[in-house]
Design a protein around this ligand. Sequence first.
Ligand code: NAD
Length: 397
Amino acid sequence: MPESGTLRLPPRVHFGYGSRLLLPEIVAPHGKRVLAIVDPFLLSTPFHDELLDGLRGLDVRVHSDITPELPVDTLDAAGAIAREHGTDVIVAVGGGSALDAAKLVALLAAHGGPLRRYYGENLVPGPVLPVVALPTTAGTGSEVTPVAVVSDPERELKVGISSPFLVPAAALVDPELTLGGPPRVTAYSGIDALVHAVESYTARAFDHDPAAPLPVFTGRNALTGPVSLLAARHLGPWLPVAVASPGDRQARAEVAKGALLAGIAFGSTGTHLCHALQYPIGALTGTPHGLGTGLLLPYVLDAVRADGETAARIAELGAALQGTAVSTVDDTIARVVDINRAIGVPASLADIGVRREDLPRVADLALGVRRLVGIAPIEASRDALLHILESAYQGVV
Ligand code: NAD
């Protein structure tokens, strides 16, 4: 384990049933003009009125035109509303798509568009509007991370904008907001959180020159490791329960806590091969982000075990997932396969419409996502990626 560490976090993070009720207190110091970016599902729930009630006395505009997986051209209208309203602070309530939308609208309002100017790392020129984020899925960790992801129809893969300026001003993680989530949303967002825990724990470690600027994603470090393991400990036993019994309040709380912790860890380390490969697969198949990253996880673990130190770390993750003192790489992979089966994540890329002839193009596109493949604990050559993809296509670890 490297000796130096970084956790890049919002100044305020609150977790627990009822934490959403802190919203008025958290918003007040930021100003009076509020843009509420609200996931469309919320409009038909009591949370919408409760939200507006909490913001009474402030000048609130509501925007709820959010499309899952966030096509980039759907954000311009919200950016224009934010500017025209003279917005002081954005309140974001919803899944990762709504939270990412809010972060990008905060960017558009502060620095103008088009968003493709900022694709990549550290291209945001300065602070953006403050965002107070309330996730309604337990998965992406977007409420604490420095990244937002969009689908761009002009690109063959999803694109990230990463900058410390995109870390929200506050995160209120209230499991109550996730209770109504349907099993598929719970499954795909929850398995994505598990991938965050695994990829942050197995990320490459780098020696950073303390005098040089810190990259957005540092690789694994002395502070992230314990957080990743703790996330796995909450998610492993409880994700299948939350999918099978959506009203189980303890399961929802455990998964929400695990997803938050995984977000805190990967928001500093970055993620690696499941994510690099999901970007082109998501664009090709139009499937949800977590379905793709979760499907790929057993195959990526099987590839990165080639590195001895990483194999030991995978076994540690296995023990956390199973709540045992020790585990092995084989048992860890078997546990991940079991979780995927239990929650309905398909086993093979063929099941989600990928054809064998697509694999070389997917590998080439994933190789281009340097910020992700560079964090993998093995040398992610084209052959290594093709091997992962071929196994995932056949559905055999
Ligand atoms: P999502 O936000 O796309 O939501 C999926 C569906 O679930 C939507 O129809 C939404 O309306 C609905 N929904 C959300 N919460 C609900 C609830 N409580 N009850 C009922 N319906 C609900 O899904 P997601 O998995 O949260 O987010 C995926 C997006 O997040 C992708 O675009 C992905 O690329 C991005 N992402 C971002 C980060 C980050 O750090 N910024 C990390 C991982 C993924």
